[in-house]
Design a protein around this ligand. Structure first.
Ligand code: ZN
Ligand code: FE
Ligand code: FE
Length: 266
């Protein structure tokens, strides 16, 4: 089974489970590698209530050490973080990069337009109900492309998260996908096929198969991720994800060890 590099810990305040439980689940699922990538702190102070604080980074590293100790030589454990792309965050991301010998950093867009956390379900009946969907999609994708162009990340998370609650503009969506694919191809970074979308209102993996096909044609590397926030979610739907990736033309997924890539056949 492909590596699962996008998983969380209770330090983000909306995940549960012990490191040993996540590792046991990963071994049971037969993944080749397990990666921990909790929501990174944003700056040195409190910013929203679904991430660790900067002062908790040592706790994160101990959590990682417990996972590694439990995995022993049964399963390679990789270490990263899921970082938020926010205006002016570049120096902070570089600072975070220097705090640990990371295997990878995942870049994600969870905020657009002056820090609107658009993927929070609390906005479905309010901000989302009033939103101009075309406009929101345009803003999301231009923000996503800025993140890619920053060159600060190794993996790009849930590329079309903006569809989470099922809001999609009319017509062919490749007009949104193509500029992002071009930016990815230029940067040489890789994307994830994130299976969590199957369990959200959109009921689709992130990204859509059309995006995956364009990415594959653009030579963009792929990982498959569960985005687990509970041990039972590790490698969830990976068989289905493998089939979707293959249908889009992918023959392999990427393995990352301290930024160094190798490939594994699907
Ligand atoms: Zn989360
Ligand atoms: Fe995320
Ligand atoms: Fe995540």
């Amino acid at each position: 089974m492909p590596a699962d590099y996008h998983t969380h810990t209770p330090l983000c305040m909306h995940a549960e489970g012990e490191p040993e439980q996540y590792i046991d689940a990963a071994i049971a699922a037969g993944v080749t590698e397990y990666g921990i990538s909790d929501h990174a702190p944003v700056g040195e102070e409190f910013f929203d209530d679904w991430r660790m604080l900067e002062s908790q980074l040592p706790e994160y590293f101990s959590w990682v050490e417990r996972a590694k100790a439990h995995a022993g030589d049964k399963l390679p454990v990789r270490v990263g973080m899921e970082c938020d792309w926010l205006p002016g965050c570049e120096s902070w991301i570089q600072d975070l990069r220097s705090r640990y010998d990371w295997d990878y950093l995942i870049g994600s867009v969870h905020y657009i337009n002056d820090q609107w956390d658009f993927d929070n379900p609390k906005w479905v009946g309010s901000k989302w109900a009033e939103a101009d969907i075309d406009q929101v999609w345009e803003t999301y994708w231009s923000t996503y492309i800025d993140m890619i162009d920053s060159g600060l990340f190794d993996i790009f998370g849930h590329p079309d998260l903006i569809k989470k609650f099922g809001h999609k503009p009319a017509g062919d969506l490749s007009r949104f996908y193509e500029p992002a694919i071009d930016a990815l191809a230029t940067s040489g970074a890789i994307i994830e096929l994130n299976t969590a979308g199957w369990h959200k209102p959109c009921a689709e993996q992130y990204p859509h198969s059309e995006f995956l096909e364009l990415a594959r044609d653009g030579g963009i590397g792929l990982v498959i991720s569960s985005d687990a926030h509970h041990p039972a979610e590790v490698a969830r739907d990976f068989e289905k994800a493998k089939a979707v990736a293959k249908a889009a033309g992918y023959m392999e997924t990427v393995l990352i060890d301290k930024g160094q890539r190798s490939y594994e056949n699907l």
